[in-house]
Design a protein around this ligand. Sequence first.
Ligand code: ADP
Length: 491
Amino acid sequence: MTHQLFIDGAYCDAASGQVFDVVDPSNRQVFAQVARGGAEDIDRAVTAARRAFDHGPWPRMSGAERAAVLRRMGDTIAARRDELARVEVQDNGKPLPEALWDIDDTAGVFHFYADLAERLDNAAVQDITLSVEGFTSKAVKEPVGVAGAIIPWNFPMLMASWKVAPALAAGCTVVLKPSELTPLTALELGRIAADAGLPAGALNIVTGFGPEAGQPLTEHPGVDKLAFTGSVPTGSRIMATAARDIKTVSLELGGKSPLVVFADTPIDEAVEWILFGIFWNQGEVCSATSRVLVEAPIYDALLARLTEEAQKIRIGHGLQDGVLLGPLVSPSQHEKVLAAIKRGKAEGRLVTGGGVPEGLEAGCYIQPTIFADMAEDSWIWREEIFGPVVCIKPFTSEADAIRMANDSRFGLAAAVMSADLDRAERVARAFRAGIVWINCSQPTFTEAPWGGYKQSGIGRELGEWGLNNYLETKQITTWDRHRPWGWYLKD
Ligand code: ADP
């Protein structure tokens, strides 16, 4: 089956007529083809989005009217949850229960931003108290313009919603570039939007490769704002490109997120959250718990229990009952993670996993993998792997745990587990990270801000923070003509 681009309210082929293959990572077989968008398609999409923003109805509608469209989009996604989740399983590899969770969250994100769009009608104007008499002033929030959104492959439809829903809620128009590895569910958003009554041009979706479609989108002068989720090198390049014409950027990049476990934590509780933290979604999660620091008295017992449970995780096709670990997203990601494991073997002790599970060689599968005894300056401890690979280390004092946790160029997420909530709160405050979990790791909520410190990014998505990404603030100040002024014209 061949899927087309969605530009100016209609599906169409790429200008070049070219397509590319979409691969099922459970068997490495091509199961669909998608239009291979390029600079010309991006230009058509941005032109449509520009026209829809400058002259179309979308930014001029009330928040309540926009909310009605977003709500219908959320309703359709919810109604099609099973079908969309199955596409996600084939495209990304993730187990069906996780894909269903993603789709439910995606519908929830559209519903959430529908509510915020509605509230924007009243919240968009704020009176300002001035210290000088004779003037009144107010701040007005307005949509930033045309938003270019570039997203990764780990939560294909959900990541689209994190950008498209707040941008549309704000009154922006959008050009979305999904990942070339997982373009299918994001492309469906075009149909869903059109059926919900979104005006033509307000959402455009161009599938294609980073350098061919992503780069022209970041360079296009018709784009006002760029929102990106992906790797640090690509984020850095996008920021540099955006600097040429001062586009606003928000970036959600990588991580090497620590979990600090104090000895007063029940071992099974810690093991549950470590397993969830690193093996959920095959570890292909920017906030994944990839570094675990355990207080020395329980280190050996915890590692033994963690190893035992990791070995029990059922690996297999995402549609099989009881499977908790599917294949990685693609053959290239599979190779990358296997290469990282090879490097890890030279730097530390492979406790368990590290290979391709027997009988599953046809797919991009990797066993749950645990490394111990690596140095603090080792590559495996410091660099993001983006797969089911966790590194574990003991610590002896709170100060040492905080130092090791913060000793990273990343600062996306961190977690702490302790029965002493005062201590947990103290450590949570000491983490240099944008997302901190206490006594858990990974649960993500549409209402709460999401984003990183340091090289993990710029700006916050989700919640009201996500909406603010797509809003400009304008000052409108009025002089009371009955008051004296006369700086030049004295009488
Ligand atoms: P990964 O290496 O894990 O695929 P990337 O950061 O390269 O992560 O990819 C995330 C998204 O960024 C994808 O949609 C990809 O196509 C896009 N992308 C890659 N390179 C560029 C680029 N030079 N300019 C714009 N987008 C890009």
